[in-house]
Design a protein around this ligand. Structure first.
Ligand code: SF4
Length: 190
């Protein structure tokens, strides 16, 4: 995917978000009701990538602020990750697909340049993809296993927090696997 890292005229992440908020590259822009912004700290080297905005997210113009986001925040806070200062949250597709459906492949293709630019400017030390849609995208056709660290891609694919809302008995596993990688990469425990 390296050849896709073309930042065009963007000089920083704020430029990227100006482009996002005027983008009409796919029809999902019709669901935009306000400008979109990243959540967390763009200077953090810990990046979480979700799928797309949900109903609460589209109202606030921020990723991961609905039920799943609150669950994610609470799990990460338990792991001593400050979700305001020590993490960056974004989505693979910046607008909201109707009826909460998964984004289509052509929508992901239309939108992926923004996420690649975010990765370019942030230069994350660890990219955590949340759920199948962003994980399949970052895998780029390769097989992968949940909770496995792929150093060449700086990547750790994990279950989406909405799954943890539905199956709270899975939280302990998610948390312990995340703790392992965050400790190994020295995000926590120093
Ligand atoms: S989803 Fe992405 S590509 Fe589609 S209109 Fe929104 S910003 Fe543009």
């Amino acid at each position: 995917m390296t050849s896709l890292f073309d930042v065009g005229s963007s000089k920083n992440i704020k430029d990227v978000y100006e482009e996002i908020n005027s983008c009409e590259k796919c029809h999902l822009f019709e669901n935009r009701i306000r400008d979109y912004h990243w959540r967390g700290n763009h200077l953090s080297k810990l990046m979480f990538i979700g799928e797309a905005l949900g109903s609460m997210e589209v109202k606030l113009g921020l990723p991961f602020v609905g039920r799943s986001g609150k669950k994610l925040d609470s799990i990460l806070t338990d792991l001593e990750i400050d979700v305001v200062r020590n993490a960056f949250f974004t989505n693979i597709v910046k607008d909201r697909p109707p009826n909460n459906r998964n984004p289509f492949y052509d929508e992901i293709l239309a939108c992926q340049s923004f996420l690649l630019k975010e990765i370019h400017f942030i230069k994350p030390k660890l990219i955590v993809t949340l759920g199948r849609v962003p994980s399949n995208w970052w895998a780029n056709g390769k097989q992968y296993e949940w909770f496995t660290y792929y150093p060449e891609k700086r990547w750790f694919p994990v279950w989406h927090p909405s799954y943890l809302c539905r199956f709270p008995n899975k939280i302990e596993k998610w948390q312990s696997e995340m703790k392992r990688i965050l400790t190994e990469l020295k995000f926590i425990g120093e």
